[in-house]
Structure formats: structure tokens, C-alpha cells
Design a protein around this ligand. Structure first.
Ligand code: MG
Length: 206
């Protein structure tokens, strides 16, 4: 990974640990020659830089990075993950799109990361492209997480990676919806367990 891109990724706002980012970079570098990658939940681009840099290194297919860019429920004003820097007082709206684009520009990744500013379910309705890696880090409610799994995991090629962020087996560490979805998928014969990397759970499609 280019040192400059790594620096931008580490400085970007977001909730991804460096070791988790390094694993995403590694997986995207390995698998993206087979098909594009897609992430749900771009926020300010931290994970998109690691994944996009992996795609760039492999040199074949890009990352599609999907987010409505309005922030999740817990990022709205008055909520625990609200960041006033990302609030537009004129529009009275929380928006991460500008910061996301700026971070991609800072590391010259716009040829390797294709932004999709849309709700996951709406974009998913029209999606037909096979994917080599899907990273789920969008809405963290049970409904959102399972909907993202059912919408996007079907597009993975055989051998493709399903990556899920914020998988916390212990409720004391965080919300349980991603963990429930990960365990649900893990129990299905279609998926092979790869490992846990902090809160990043990885499965591989058989
Ligand atoms: Mg996350």
C-alpha cells in the first residue's frame, strides 16, 4: 500500500482499526482480479481507501462504494456518534459525501473507487454485476444488516469474500446485529469461515 494513501486512510474520520483496514487491503488485492469489489457504508472513505488501494494494486477491477451519505441513526444530531464537522447547517443535514470525495482525491483513487450515493436497497434492486468481495458496514439495525446480506451476498462469485464489520460476540463491546448476521451466514453450507480480525468477520463463498 502506498504510504501516502495509508496516511490519508489513518487520518480519515471513521471507525475502522488499522489492522482491519490492512486485512481489507490484503483481501481486495488478492481477489479483485476476478471481479469488482463493493462496500456498503462508505462514511468518509476510510475503508474505501484500503479496499480501493487493494484494487489499484491488483490493477484490474475497481471498488464500488455505496452510501446514501446521510449518516446512520446514531450519527444524527443529538445521537452518540454525531460529528458536528459533518453537519451542514444550511441544509440542516448530516452529509459525508464531500469529505468522502475529498479523501479519495487526496490519495488519487478516483479511478479505483466508484461512488454510489444511494440507499443500499434501491441500488441493489438494479444490480447484476458479479462481485469478488462484499464488505457490509452500513446500517447496523437487524433489518438493515440482514437486508444488506440478502441483497448483496448473492452477487459474490465462488471463492469471493464476504466481510462484515462490527462483529461483536460480546454485547458489552457493541450492537449485536452484525454478529447475528455473521453467525447466521457462517452456519450456512454456502460459506466457509475464514476468520475474525478484531471486529472484521470474513467468510468465503464455496
Ligand atoms: Mg463499522
Amino acid at each position: 500500500m502506498r504510504a501516502g494513501a495509508k496516511q490519508v486512510a489513518l487520518q480519515a474520520k471513521g471507525f475502522l482499526l488499522e489492522q482491519e483496514g490492512d486485512k481489507l487491503f490484503e483481501l481486495a488485492s488478492e481477489i479483485s482480479p476476478h471481479a469488482p469489489c463493493l462496500e456498503i457504508g462508505s462514511y468518509c472513505g476510510k475503508s474505501a481507501i484500503f479496499l480501493g488501494e487493494g484494487c489499484r494494486t491488483a490493477g484490474k477491477h475497481p471498488l464500488f462504494s455505496l452510501d446514501h451519505h446521510g449518516g446512520s441513526e446514531e450519527q444524527q444530531p443529538g445521537q452518540p456518534y454525531f460529528d458536528p464537522d459533518l453537519y451542514d447547517p444550511e441544509l440542516q443535514a448530516f452529509t459525508t459525501l464531500q469529505e468522502f470525495m475529498n479523501n479519495l482525491r487526496r490519495c488519487a483513487l478516483l479511478d479505483w473507487v466508484v461512488p454510489i450515493a444511494a440507499k443500499s436497497i434501491l441500488a441493489g434492486r438494479y444490480w447484476h454485476t458479479p462481485l469478488s468481495l462484499v464488505f457490509i458496514d452500513g446500517g447496523h439495525s437487524e433489518q438493515d444488516v440482514f437486508q444488506d446480506f440478502h441483497t448483496w451476498a448473492v452477487h459474490l462469485i465462488r471463492g469471493g469474500y464476504l466481510c462484515v464489520h462490527d462483529v461483536f460476540p460480546d454485547p458489552a463491546d457493541g450492537g449485536q446485529a452484525p454478529y447475528h448476521m455473521f453467525e447466521h451466514a457462517r452456519a450456512l453450507r454456502a460459506w466457509e469461515y475464514v476468520g475474525m480480525f478484531h471486529s472484521l468477520g470474513v467468510l468465503r463463498k464455496r
